[in-house]
Design a protein around this ligand. Sequence first.
Ligand SMILES: Cc1cc2nc3c(=O)[nH]c(=O)nc-3n(C[C@H](O)[C@H](O)[C@H](O)COP(=O)(O)OP(=O)(O)OC[C@H]3O[C@@H](n4cnc5c(N)ncnc54)[C@H](O)[C@@H]3O)c2cc1C
Length: 236
Amino acid sequence: MKVVLISHTIDPEAVVAAAINQCYSAKSGEELKETISLEKRERLIDIVMNSGHLSTIEHASFTFAVEGVSRVTETQLVRHRHASYSIKSGRYNKTHTDFVIPASIANNPEAMQAVEEFKKSLDQTVEKLKALEIKPEDARYLTPQATKTNIILTMNARGLLNFFEHRLCIRAQWEIRELANEMLKLVKPIAPNIFKFAGPTCETQKICWEGDLSCGKWKAISGAELRTRTVKKSSK
Ligand SMILES: Cc1cc2nc3c(=O)[nH]c(=O)nc-3n(C[C@H](O)[C@H](O)[C@H](O)COP(=O)(O)OP(=O)(O)OC[C@H]3O[C@@H](n4cnc5c(N)ncnc54)[C@H](O)[C@@H]3O)c2cc1C
């Protein structure tokens, strides 16, 4: 996959710090944005991040161009509702056998052979439907979830932190985890005081909520525990 940060709020942490300070300052937002020192900026962001008053970080937004992810990942991605998405239409897609192949399949010659046979048969079926004058928008019902797509998405910093909590967790599937990792690499240098708080909940909250499905990583994190909403299940 290819992930590019194509746009973001100019000076996002200055905007966020002004928004935080605006809540208890008589100064104008414009003045606050220009005058808050770097030290105060960091202190203000730390306060809201630690207290959970996160509406102020919604003023920073980030737009990514994502190329070559599967429809599997697209489906998982759009579950994150605090975002805007523009996705290549499947209606006009002529590349129905341009697939994302998981490593478990790519590294298994027999599995790859089965995939190649499937592609050939899919190609033949699509050609046959075309000959029968079936529209591409109907032929696409046969498109597999492996098919690659391109997406432009915009999320604000709060939405991104929630996305990272869910999708940097080892329980998330490898492809969306890879996407989340790439996105975090891009935003961290631009808003380091905000995104130093990004990660799965075993890191950000020192709590693993995954119960019996937990990967156990929390055990290696100092002070972390395995919990449900009501019961403290285990701690080191
Ligand atoms: C490992 C893993 C496995 C998963 N498996 C499944 C599965 O099997 N089936 C499935 O359907 N999904 C599954 N999901 C998707 C998951 O249930 C969430 O839909 C997805 O992670 C988006 O999370 P979210 O709702 O917090 O995000 P967002 O939609 O971005 O929402 C962020 C937050 O805003 C608030 N919010 C948003 N909308 C509302 C609303 N309408 N009402 C009240 N509060 C709201 C909530 O506090 C929410 O946490 C899985 C996710 C992961 C990470």
